[in-house]
Design a protein. Structure first.
Length: 112
C-alpha cells in the first residue's frame, strides 16, 4: 500500500435537487463535467432536511415530503484541475452556494 499526501483544494456546491441544466439534474451535469475535465472524483450527497436563501425548509420526513431536497456536491483535487471547472459552475449554478477550501489530503492506494 502506498500513502500520498499533499496540498489540495475542496469545492462544495450547495444546490437544490430540482436545479436543472439543459433538462438534466444540475448535480448530474456537474459530475459529468468533472469527469470530462479529468478531475480525480466527485461525490453527491442528498440531504434529508435543510433550507437555503429563501428560508423555506425542505425535508424528507414522510408527512412533509419534498421533491426539492438539498444537494451537496463535494470535489477534491488540485487547484489547477478545479480552476478548469469554475467557468462551468459560474455558467450553471444560478441559485446556490459554493465554498472553496485549501486542504491537506492523505490518499491511500494499493500498489499495482
Amino acid at each position: 500500500m502506498t500513502k500520498i499526501s499533499g496540498q489540495a483544494r475542496r469545492i462544495r456546491i450547495y444546490i437544490n435537487e430540482a436545479s436543472r441544466y439543459k433538462g438534466t439534474p444540475l448535480y448530474h451535469a456537474i459530475v459529468l463535467k468533472a469527469k470530462e475535465l479529468g478531475l480525480a472524483g466527485t461525490t453527491v450527497f442528498r440531504g434529508i432536511e435543510g433550507f437555503g436563501a429563501n428560508s423555506r425548509i425542505k425535508t424528507a420526513r414522510i408527512l412533509e415530503l419534498s421533491h426539492d431536497l438539498p444537494i451537496v456536491i463535494d470535489i477534491v483535487d488540485s487547484i489547477e484541475y478545479l480552476d478548469k471547472l469554475m467557468p462551468f459552475l459560474d455558467q450553471t449554478v444560478n441559485e446556490g452556494l459554493i465554498t472553496i477550501e485549501d486542504i491537506e489530503v492523505i490518499k491511500y492506494a494499493i500498489k499495482k
